[in-house]
Ligand binder design. Sequence first.
Ligand code: GLV
Ligand code: MG
Length: 313
Amino acid sequence: MSQRSRNLPRRSCLSSPGSSERFLQKATSVPADMSFLDLEDSVAPAEKVAARKKVVQAIRDLDWDDRVLCVRINAWDTPWTYQDVIEVVGESGARLDEVMLPKVQSASEIVALDLLLTQVEKNVGLPVGHIGIEAQIETTKGLIEVESICAASARLETVIFGPADFAASMEMPVLTGGIQIDDYPGDHFHYVFSKILMAGRANGLQVIDGPYLKVRDPEGLVDYCKRTSTLGYDGKWALTPDQVTVINSMYSPTQELFDKAWNILDAYKAATSSEGKGAVMFGDEMIDEASRKMAMKFVSRGERAGLKRSSNG
Ligand code: GLV
Ligand code: MG
């Protein structure tokens, strides 16, 4: 399994078109937790083949620090997928952590990619299982099948919601993917967000929200981040450096909650070990084993985001 990247943070996942050397170079200086070099929808059909070489070169030659590094290949219903994998995985070397498969419709698409990756890894001398998979859920069929998709391969590291393609697949009456529909009484994506989150978590995956396309609207982005960060999503795509800044902050626990989580762990440990109790008061709250589990999630997420416990915490 792709151990290096599996548990790295993915608060901000920066998209860069694989056909643009300038954007690929620029991406290395943006402090995103994860970068993906795109061969899919941000690359024009006439540029698809040439973009593979640019992406390989960028992975080999540029300094990507220790972020998660991924290439989004084209979906299985195009003519490009297998050659994307053979060329990009075959020539990029060990620095490539994962490939992202868009428009996943069934578990068999993940299995097919897993098998192809195994052959390429064997041929080029990478450890089998080195390359992880990110699965994009962005069609009605993909959402219906999301539970089996998330369980389809040990290579899977994340599941991602793609709001723009999903809105098209649902034939929603919108022209900007992912934004709130004012006339709808509630959040029209609530069911989708929850369903993907449950399927991902049930299989130990990180769960990521897709792009917010109004790139000059930081307030709208904050609102949109709240829709999934409050549910428990790990992160969100970013299309610009400014979006990375907002997203890194919106998907990190606050210092206050991080410190509180540590204090709960300490109080619970003292109660269970020296006092022999399973439930104990913490301030004006009762805490027990479930509280310990919630606190552990905050601690590991905060640590992944680089937080340190305050000395007076
Ligand atoms: C992303 O790929 C989307 O379709 O929203
Ligand atoms: Mg899409």
